[in-house]
Write a protein that binds this ligand. Structure first.
Ligand SMILES: Nc1ncnc2c1ncn2[C@@H]1O[C@H](COP(=O)(O)OP(=O)(O)OP(=O)(O)O)[C@@H](O)[C@H]1O
Length: 626
């Protein structure tokens, strides 16, 4: 069975959404409050605290300077102009210009500093989410799906990046402006200032009523966008297009895409309208304040000077800007909280998988593996995939694992390669002195290939691979003709996941790459299933030859040619039905003998003279080159 499907999810949410859209592992998303987000953000800013303090100070200074300008204006109107004091007028006007110039320069410095720190925090966050996602067991990837992981790493972190560099900066400026303008107003006329501030408080309360709704709508929108990503990767990939066209379901694919596009349209509309109603009320309220100030001045406070009234109105307008921008920003903050919520969901996961360095083959030699009482059950599965398995894989042995479909062969391969931890039982490599993950390499049936050239794919196996090694492994898997027949040789591009190669070529390239990796135990899971019988036999022969210094485990439905002393394990519903040497079991008349008898073609024994390599046909899809 393909390792890629070895962890398919079993829990489907009842509302028809995929598990990834329902939240991690079907769990409800973590509820995050704005305060929690601010605390977590503050923690991430800790290494840059002095830069942050610097940004904050620059904001204070620039806002303070821009608030001081109207006070100078009051002096111009009340003192310099009525008294025709040209010296005072020149000084005050000069000061106003200087304040404007210095304020702008400091503003540039502040933006640069804020972005410098914000980008670093966002980049670190992206790497942390990537690392956390990489440290998950295989089940995570099949449950979450690629689109979900992509959405967190790309669009959510992009949104957080905007929040850190733009929203936080604007909020800080607006808050500072609010305080500074408030103080200036109190200095000029405290009763009028109080009226303005009370109105501000009222409007904030009103705005908060809309905030929660906007957050809910934004969360819904992010989920829908994730679904779009999933549909795009499913419908607009080569395999997705083939699926749609061969089953004549392209209309269905389009319909579900249209449905989600329309859902996004509606949710976005509701989200924007929810914000707009609040902004309209706020805008109208602020527009009414200047006439109210003039009226109050004329009616109740005639002792305040004309200059003070002009400046009060000016400050009131200034006050309305930060308030309106804060209220608008609260929409952005709600969106960022949702994105944080989604990112924290990943960051707060356990990280059970750790990277292990491969153990150098020499001088350690082939690995010896012992399984005792190994059982594995996939979540939601009624029966265990492996049940109480006791097996020995002696160092340097060649073992074939076979059995009917679903008998647990791939699960055993994953356990041997250290990719799946058994629920109970032990896996010991060299008596427990080595980790399975460090000693083993698994070749899955559906090999993942990189979107690059043949050379890129092979060099990924290990650092410092020589050209002689490359030639040797390609020869081992009988793929030398792929290089000679292609115009660009080693630098031939193979397309996304090797889609410009045939299925058999893809498999052989995957085998060649695994042969370059340092390992002492090689597990090959149906890795020649796409090859014709003859080529499969030749590749398996060469593989055995190449792996003389390794322990080799071949998982196969279609049995390869074996030596009498080769070991055979027959699995049946997760249990070992039979195990022994090929020589003994083929004559024992048991499960293995029946599987042998059921093989499609009777083949000559091993050591027959090999057939010459068939001439390579030109690839059907044009090979692209880099
Ligand atoms: N991720 C999963 N979630 C739930 N059940 C699973 C999962 N992967 C495998 N199984 C189940 O575990 C059992 C063993 O599966 P496994 O893939 O190991 O069998 P196999 O012998 O390799 O099958 P095949 O020959 O068809 O490739 C099967 O019943 C299968 O349905």
């Amino acid at each position: 069975m393909a390792a890629s499907t070895a962890h398919r999810s079993t829990a489907a949410p009842s509302d028809g959404r995929s598990p990834e859209e329902a939240g991690l592992s079907g769990r409800a998303p973590v509820e995050v409050t704005t305060w929690l987000v601010l605390r977590r953000v503050a923690m991430r800013y800790r290494p840059y605290r002095w830069h942050t303090v610097g940004s904050g100070l620059l904001v204070l200074i620039t806002v303070g300077m821009s608030t001081a300008a109207p006070l100078l204006l009051q002096r111009i109107i009340d003192d310099a102009l009525p008294r025709h004091d040209t010296t005072l007028l020149a000084v005050l006007c000069g000061l106003m210009m200087a304040l404007g110039l210095v304020g702008s320069l400091l503003g540039v410095a502040e933006t640069a500093l804020t972005n410098w720190t914000g980008q670093r925090v966002a980049a670190r966050l992206r790497v942390d989410v990537y690392d956390r996602a990489r440290a998950q067991p295989l089940r995570f990837y099949s449950e979450q799906g690629q689109a979900q992981i992509q959405a967190r790493l790309v669009s959510d972190i992009d949104g957080i990046d905007r929040f850190l560099t733009s929203t936080v900066h604007q909020a800080l400026s607006a808050l500072t402006a609010l305080v500074a303008v408030g103080i200036a107003m109190i200095i000029l006329s405290w009763p009028l200032a109080l009226v303005s501030l009370a109105l501000t408080a009222l409007l904030s309360l009103f705005n908060n009523r809309f905030a929660r709704r906007r957050r809910l709508l934004f969360r819904q929108r992010q989920r829908l966008l994730t679904t779009v990503l999933r549909y795009v990767s499913e419908d607009l990939s080569l395999s997705g297009v083939l699926l749609g066209r061969t089953l004549r379901r392209t209309r269905t694919q389009r319909d579900r895409f249209v449905e989600v596009a329309e859902d996004i349209r509606d949710v976005t509309f509701r989200q924007r309208i929810a914000g707009m109603s609040a902004y309209t009320v706020i805008g109208v309220s602020f527009a009414c304040v200047p006439p109210l100030i003039f009226w109050a001045y004329g009616t109740f406070t005639p002792t305040v000077s004309v200059g003070a009234v002009v400046v009060l109105v000016m400050l009131q307008t200034r006050l309305s800007q930060p308030i309106q921008s804060l209220l608008r920003l609260s929409g952005g903050v709600q969106a960022s909280v949702v994105m944080f919520e989604r990112v924290l969901e990943y960051l707060d996961m356990d990280a059970p998988e750790r990277d292990v360095a491969p153990v150098r083959r020499t001088p350690a030699g082939p690995a010896e593996v012992r399984l005792r009482g190994v059982s594995c059950r996939y979540p939601g599965s009624p029966a265990p995939a492996l049940a109480g398995v006791d097996l020995d894989f002696p160092a340097g042995s060649v073992t074939v694992v076979t059995g009917h479909t679903g008998s647990g062969k791939s699960t055993l391969g994953l356990v041997l390669a250290g990719l799946l931890s058994p629920d109970t039982g032990t896996v010991r490599v060299d008596g427990g002195s080595a980790l399975p993950r460090a000693a083993a390499t698994l070749i899955p049936q559906h090999t993942a290939l990189l979107h690059g050239t043949i050379r890129d794919n092979l060099l990924f196996a290990r650092d410092g691979v020589s050209q002689a090694e490359l030639d040797r492994v390609l020869d081992t898997v009988r793929l030398g003709s792929l290089i000679t027949a292609s115009r660009h040789g080693w630098d031939t591009s193979i397309g996304e996941n090797g889609l410009q190669l045939s299925g058999g070529e893809r498999q052989r390239l995957g085998i060649a790459r695994a042969l370059l990796a340092d390992c002492r135990l090689l597990v090959v899971d149906e890795a020649t299933s796409a090859l014709d019988q003859h080529t499969a036999d030749r590749v398996t022969e060469a593989l055995r030859e190449h792996c003389r210094d390794k322990t080799l485990v071949l998982i196969a439905h279609r049995l390869p040619r074996l030596e009498p002393q080769d070991r055979v394990i027959v699995l049946d519903r997760g249990r070992v039905a039979e195990h022994g040497t090929h020589g003994l079991l083929s004559r024992a008349g048991g499960a293995y003998a029946s599987l042998l008898a059921a093989q499609p073609v009777a083949r000559p024994a091993r050591r027959e003279p090999p057939h010459p390599e068939p001439p390579r046909r030109a690839p059907e899809l044009p090979l692209r080159t880099t």
